[in-house]
Unconditional design. Structure first.
Lengths: 243, 243
């Protein structure tokens, strides 16, 4: 075990102990950045898993230490749909590494996303999947260094979990304000979630089918969903309804 | 930094480094117990969180030093449905300590379960949710009167993440008892949950719309859902997919 790795570990535990007293998301990420920076990884991103409907980076990025252009271009170019890193993230419970060097095996669109990262000076990234109350998320540290010593990974993993939890806690009030559903809207959504049609829900609640549709649509709009299935998914994820 | 905290750290990181070379689940658990013992946690169960309509025991991967009759009593009494510990686990992403629960007015069955757990000396403990390949898992350590030194909980958290990952790769859960969706079916459902149409999903995954519909229908059938919205709701609830 190298000395550097050893300090890293104490740092991870100290980080967890102190994190509840830090109330600025930016300060939490700066602290991670300082630690990861020792290993040549200067870019830190804390984000929730994008679903492809996002118009702006701030719709899914919680905090990032990247050039501002990166996130904007990432969204504009539709990288969300083809990014091999996101694809792997959706399947992974444990942290993984990616490299941006050209891989002749991968799809052309996936290769483009990796080249896009390389253009921003990223050779390697370490991605930590996070299951959070606000949904699946990730913490990624990346940079020019091609290697991350393997004994530092568990420490970064641990830090990332607590950092994500704390940051999403700090940012949560703002998100939930937008999501005030009426009791009726939640009731309708619960029935939608158990597979009932608008007509059936109307019968159950003794209201017109059109009123059911209106409730569903209003709920979807408040949740930022494009249809009723996504509305149900978001409502379940954010504990607005339960089934 | 006290001696105790120092030991927890090195124990945890050494454990994580060695675990890939340990191929006996029992040996992994034995090593964890060295650390658990110091906190007064004697009994250990590691498993997958059961779905609502699944038997609790189907998800169990490893038990160690659990009272022999406990599971019989638990299954016989059908306690999984009223277990406040399971309920809290479903709602948690970070480790939590549980003490004697007092907030169970009007839930006589839950109170009865807690009383019985105390009789088995499992009254208090630490529950650690862990993300798994097929939904959420847990590491449950309990005892009569556990005490946690500084650093003990993050250390156990870290160990649990890697122990669960390793053990679930060594022990394949009984497939007949678990509703398994294929990777492709889960991928399609995730996009459905994100509000995408079958046509859009076909474009994203480079497969025919008809194939997308087939995947959605198969997934819905496996989950016992009558609509794609309900399929998404069940898959989210049982943590088969995450958004």
């Amino acid at each position: 075990v190298s000395d550097a790795a050893f300090n890293y570990r104490s740092e991870a535990f100290a980080f967890i102990e102190e994190i509840d007293r830090v109330s600025e998301p930016d300060a939490i990420v700066r602290r991670m950045q300082r630690v990861a920076g020792n290993f040549g990884l200067h870019s830190v991103v804390v984000a929730r898993l994008p679903n492809g409907n996002e118009q702006r980076p701030e719709d899914f990025v919680l905090v990032d230490k990247m050039p501002a252009e990166f996130a904007r271009l990432y969204v504009e170019r539709g990288c969300v749909h083809v990014d091999p890193v996101l694809r792997r993230l959706r399947r992974s419970a444990m942290p993984f590494e990616y490299r941006t060097e050209p891989d002749p095996e991968s799809e052309p669109r996936a290769r483009e996303v990796m080249r896009f990262r390389r253009d921003f000076g990223i050779r390697m990234g370490f991605v930590i999947p996070v299951r959070a109350r606000i949904g699946t998320g990730l913490v990624s540290v990346s940079g020019e260094r091609p290697e991350l010593p393997s004994d530092t990974k568990p420490a970064l993993h641990l830090m990332a979990l607590y950092a994500f939890e704390r940051i999403s806690d700090l940012l949560r009030p703002r998100a939930s304000e937008r999501r005030q559903l009426t009791e009726r809207e939640r009731e309708v959504l619960r029935w939608v979630a158990v597979g009932k049609s608008a007509w059936e829900i109307g019968e159950i609640l003794c209201i017109a089918r059109r009123t059911v549709d209106e409730h569903t649509q209003t709920a979807a709009r408040k949740l930022g969903a494009v249809n009723r299935t996504q509305a149900v998914a978001i409502a379940l994820r954010d504990h607005v309804i339960a089934i | 930094v006290s001696d105790a905290a120092f030991n927890y750290r090195s124990e945890a990181f050494a454990f994580v480094e060695e675990i890939d070379r340990v191929s006996e689940p029992d040996e992994i658990v034995r090593r964890m117990q060295r650390v658990l013992d110091r906190s007064g946690l004697g009994a250990l169960t590691i498993g997958h969180l059961p779905s609502f309509d699944e038997q609790y025991e189907d998800g169990v991967l490893v038990v160690r030093d659990m009272p022999a009759e406990y599971f019989g009593v638990y299954v016989e009494g059908r306690y999984a449905r009223v277990d406040p510990l399971l309920r809290r686990l479903r709602d948690s992403v970070m480790p939590f300590e549980y003490r004697v629960e007092d907030d169970l007015e009007g839930e006589p069955r839950a109170r009865e379960l807690i009383r019985r757990r105390r009789e088995f000396r499992l009254g208090e403990g630490l529950m650690i949710p862990v993300p798994g390949q097929h939904g959420i898992g847990y590491v449950w350590a309990s005892g009569e009167r556990p005490e946690f030194a500084p650093g003990a909980k993050p250390a156990l958290h870290l160990m649990s993440l890697y122990a669960f990952d390793r053990i679930s790769s060594l022990i394949t859960p009984r497939p007949a008892n678990r509703r398994t969706l294929t990777e492709r079916e889960r991928e399609v459902l995730r996009w459905v949950a994100a509000g995408k149409s079958a046509w859009e999903i076909g474009e994203i995954l480079c497969i025919a719309k008809r194939t997308v519909d087939e995947h959605t229908q198969t997934a819905a059938r496996k989950l016992g859902a009558v609509s794609r919205t309900q399929a998404v709701a069940i898959a989210l609830r049982d943590q088969l997919i995450a958004i």
